[in-house]
Design a binder for this molecule. Structure first.
Ligand SMILES: Cc1cc2nc3c(=O)[nH]c(=O)nc-3n(C[C@H](O)[C@H](O)[C@H](O)COP(=O)(O)OP(=O)(O)OC[C@H]3O[C@@H](n4cnc5c(N)ncnc54)[C@H](O)[C@@H]3O)c2cc1C
Length: 495
């Protein structure tokens, strides 16, 4: 946490120095313009930054970060602001470094299956740039038409196709980053194996606390010869969950496997009018099978059998690209459609072992009844990544606190069955209180050492990921034990 005196700044000279680097137009300081940047997709947390700066190059980012260091002001990177855990939430008196003018695809190297991009490039643009030659970029968050590659790297984002092909970290070969003191460093490279510590791996998923990525080398894949999408229609969500487990146990790894429950199905149909999902199903399972034609045909038959054995009323299939797109379009619109179900919703993002799906879904339903809030379920079922959407009305006094408590119960349930408090949305400001549910004080301390090495002044995205005294009573107790243990050693900033 920054001290009171670090928070007191005369912003005039700082702004003048920023303007000298990026030009007056790319420094935002007017109150009404700053409102746009006061939150990300987690809209229940808001804090206006003091200044927003929009650089275009690595050199400009480095110069801005150096100025932040000179004046000891915190800075936060922001891509498209679609994060759902408050990762790009500004702190008091901070500078927001926004990458939305850094949107160049710098190099396309089809022969070596890699692309180099600036961080503000939108996820779906990468596939658009290479699809004509039969390639694509695999990680596909449902927000892919708006979220940035820089944000994806920072959150280690997942998506529908990450079950088979892996999440962002499996597709980042190298990074150019500006470290929190303003140095420019290359991590990894253009080939898949580099000797020494895997610092690319350390940086991916670090949520902007270890510096700002300014160039990203991505791996692209050759599109599969054959693809088909199945839609299985169930009368219980547990049966859909059991099918997921059985499909994987049968040795089949679909390209994607997603569940939507009745609330989500109807919200999507109301909003998109796609007319592709059965409105009376308790749940649907969307399964994409890809590969060689013979392989797809064989796996398709086996998957249909498994779904039927688990009580599927109907299983339809789409091989035509337009029809497949339509089936996925509804799934990808599910979060947005939830906005029509209630004035507000709070998205959770936990992971559980697949075999626990039926049990956990029942428990979530019980929690929904106990707290009296409806929960829509739409999730990456194949990798056990749940997204319960808790529907509420923020204008009702005390509702947010109750909903956050309910969200916390769901996360604790995930940990209890051997899962995780985040699958892909990151910890950010939202879930730092629950880090101690998963990690011991010594685990957290080890992570803090890493952060301390990259970010010794704590200026890069402070107050994120790690529990703090101010926000987490029970965690504070555990952390003070660690502090005692390390007393007398070189100073480590724990909080
Ligand atoms: C409708 C909807 C659907 C979604 N679906 C998915 C999904 O399927 N899978 C999934 O994983 N996520 C999903 N998300 C969450 C979100 O889109 C992802 O976390 C995404 O990666 C955030 O990208 P962004 O550009 O919006 O980042 P921001 O929200 O701007 O920032 C996210 C974090 O990245 C840091 N950051 C941004 N740029 C950089 C950089 N250049 N260098 C270092 N740090 C940086 C920020 O400081 C912050 O901590 C969804 C969100 C919405 C609103």
């Amino acid at each position: 946490m920054l001290s009171q005196d670090q928070q007191q700044h005369n912003w005039k000279p700082i702004v003048r120095e920023f303007e000298a680097i990026v030009g007056k137009n790319n420094v935002i300081q007017r109150r009404e313009e700053l409102i746009v940047y006061e939150c990300d997709g987690l809209t229940s947390y808001r804090q206006r930054p003091a200044v927003v700066v929009l650089p275009r190059t690595t050199e400009q980012v480095a110069a801005i970060v150096k100025i932040c260091n000179k004046y000891c002001v915190p800075f936060i990177a922001r891509g498209s602001g679609t994060g759902l855990s408050g990762g790009a939430l500004p702190v008091v008196n901070s500078v927001l470094i926004v990458t939305s003018l850094m949107r160049k695809i710098l190099k396309v190297d089809l022969e070596n299956q890699r692309v180099i991009v600036q961080p503000g490039v939108i996820n779906s643009w990468v596939t658009q740039a290479v699809s004509g030659a039969g390639f694509y970029y695999a990680p596909d968050p449902s927000s892919q038409i708006i979220c940035s590659i820089g944000g994806n790297v920072a959150e280690n984002s997942g998506g529908v196709h990450c079950l088979k092909y892996g999440v962002t970290t499996n597709h980042v070969l190298g990074l150019k980053i500006v470290t929190p003191d303003g140095s420019v460093v290359d991590l990894g490279g253009e080939i898949s194996e580099t000797p020494g510590y895997d610092l690319t791996g350390v940086f991916v998923g670090s949520e902007g606390t270890l510096g700002i990525a300014t160039e990203i080398t991505l791996r692209i894949l050759k599109a599969a010869e054959s693809v088909c999408v199945l839609l299985a229609d169930f009368t219980s969500i547990e049966a859909a969950g059991a099918s997921v487990s059985d499909i994987i146990s049968a040795g089949i790894i679909p390209g994607g496997m997603e569940i939507m429950d009745n609330l989500s199905i109807n919200a999507v149909e109301d909003v998109t009018a796609l007319n592709v999902y059965p409105r009376d199903a308790a749940a649907i399972l969307l399964i994409e099978i890809d590969g060689l034609e013979v392989e797809v045909a064989a796996n398709k038959q086996r998957v249909v059998e498994i779904c039927k054995q688990n009580g599927a009323r109907n299983v339809t299939s789409a091989s035509d690209p337009e029809q497949r797109l339509k089936l996925w379009k509804g799934r990808k619109a599910a979060f947005a459609a939830a906005g029509y179900l209630s004035p507000d919703y709070y998205v959770q993002d936990g992971v559980i072992p697949r075999t626990q799906l039926p049990y956990v879904l029942r428990e979530i339903e019980a929690l929904s009844q106990k707290y009296g809030y409806r929960i829509a379920n739409v999730f990456h079922a194949g990798d056990g990544n749940l997204h319960p959407l808790i529907l509420y009305d923020n204008s009702v006094a005390g509702a947010l606190e109750k909903v956050e408590e309910l969200g916390g119960e769901i996360l604790k349930l995930c940990v209890k069955v051997g899962g995780s408090i985040s699958g892909e949305h990151g910890i950010g400001a939202d879930k730092k209180c629950y880090m101690s549910e998963m990690f011991t004080a010594a685990d957290l301390e080890t992570m803090q050492w890493v952060r301390q090495v990259f970010n010794p002044k704590g200026l890069a995205n402070p107050e994120k990921i790690f529990p703090t005294l101010r926000t987490c009573g029970e965690t504070a107790k555990a952390m003070s034990e660690v502090k005692k243990k390390f007393a007398g050693m070189e100073k480590v900033e724990l909080f």
